[in-house]
Design a protein. Sequence first.
Length: 290
Amino acid sequence: MIERLEHPGAARRYCAAVRARGASLGFVPTMGALHDGHLSLVRLAKNSCDVVCASVFVNPLQFNDPRDYERYPRDLDGDARMLASEGADMLFSGTLAQFFPESGGDRSRIAPVDPGPAALGLEGAFRPGHFAGVATIVQRLFDVVEPDRAYFGEKDFQQTLVVRHLARSRSKPAVVVGPTTRAPDGLALSSRNALLTPGDRERAPAIFRALTAARQAWRERGVRAPAELSRAMADVLSASGLATEYAEVRDPERWTEDPPQHALSHARALIAARAGTVRLIDNLRLDEGS
């Protein structure tokens, strides 16, 4: 039976009681509309923590398009059932005013948190203010829960770098990044997939095929030049019917705003593309460390 709390203040008291009895606390923050990718993070947390809690909050601070915020899928009751089925102990939610009582629900009165250097480029360029919104809510969620470990999905790779930066600035929690969960055709699971039309769902796996083309170029042909790896992805995407925003490569150990201009020893390919009206992102480690 999962404990379901509807105010971050109640969640703060619950988590304080967990810590007071010496139990370890794992935390899975989400925006809801859960799928097996989220649940895989709950399983990771259950394997290493005494108590696992999750949050569901569609954070308006990280949406630069109000229409995207309004249409984001929501199913809190379904989310609670899925979390309970995986043995999560507590689920909490809340409103913007509850998470930021100092604001009275006015976004302009919420001081943004600096997301750090990993927010530059790619998602940071295409979604201005997005990572500041992510860092601001994650900071507040960490204040509420004070977890030992927090779990995030690799699909949002650039976001994981922002969260790691934030966690280091606080000295905790440990950030655990779980691998991307995929459909049989390679499409990364995402809450936004539910918004795809049948035709767009059929086109969307081209993103993973493009990433795989870059990895094949790296591993089978020894390609190390970022521009050539990007071309391998662009060749696949150009015939897909998807609208590409970016298909680029970064050194995952040394994030840079712009593509590196030198041959790489480590590389991650990252794509953002639109299938109809739905924006999808994905990434893949290219080198042997993947």
